[in-house]
Design a protein around this ligand. Sequence first.
Ligand code: NCD
Length: 365
Amino acid sequence: MARSINDVIDLTVEELDELIAVASDMKDDPGKYAKICEGKVLSTVFFEPSTRTRLSFESAMYHLGGSVISVPNESSSSASKGESVADTARVISNYADIFVMRNPKEGSSYVAGKAASIPFINAGDGGHNHPTQTLADLMTIKIEKGHFDNLTVGICGDLRYGRTVHSLINALSRYPGVKFILISPEELKIPDYVRREILEVYNIPYEETGDLVAAMPELDILYMTRIQRERFIDPANYDRLKDSYILDMEKLQTAKKDMIIMHPLPRVNEISVKVDEDPRAVYFRQTLYGRYMRQALILKLLTEKDYKEPKPPKMIKSEVLCKNPRCISQTEQELEHIYKLVNEEHQIYRCIYCESKMKMPQTID
Ligand code: NCD
């Protein structure tokens, strides 16, 4: 079976370091890589809006000498006729050598990766994960700060639905001495699985606060995010929360001189344009680092020979449906309801697709 990258933890810390090293070499010596993927085809299938992620993947493939075939929106694909994610992945496997997908259903990437017979990369599955944005974020931190250890990282905005936030916390939690200050309105705090299965399991120091100004002087990195309008079921809640944080020059007065300001983009109005001129603002460079990291990942997946899938966690099948209305298992007919055991002691199970928590599900085998 081909390798799929659904989540940033599908890459080891050693692999992340290697990707950053290769991406940096690609930045310094692009000619060396200009034909390295000649004859290979990347397919991008995006069922949610995207500028950076899709174009940076496509640009990445062209910079490696490969070609691209693309479905830029759902209405121009057979999904609009009712085709399943799994069938889409099976078909793409006949046309391309590597497959990148963005889909609003949480856990859709797990399904696509299992069904594809070519390497698969998740470019965002609903509010769940966005591992390649994290690759861009990691290269940004490495180049702009020089290291990952002992950093105080403030993450501000929509921590509940912001998939880039979940993937970033997951990645940075693996480096020693990292501390998080999680800044959000009460309703938009990080999901339970991030708190319990990443921060608490790995004993990562973190604080939760609503106050950006009070947190500012402590931060080495400020990672701003937009409030994710498309994930709100009630638009009135979005309107109430949308302007929760607006970073401006006044709020930056107490920030460290060498703090960096990151943002996965797109920005709505959570960072005033005046801040763009501040040397601490690195969010436009972050988009370029994203292209180099995607180049490095594509090259790795197309050339690696010795990949062995890690041992899967204990899983059970159940008749109980996942409760998450955005989970792929709610809409994809052929899927079985499978749960993975994530905490033996407390018997905590999570949906294999979207990772929503389940009480001890009824087993059918
Ligand atoms: C992010 C995403 O799609 O999750 N954008 C991106 O990929 N750079 C962030 C966002 O949309 O807010």
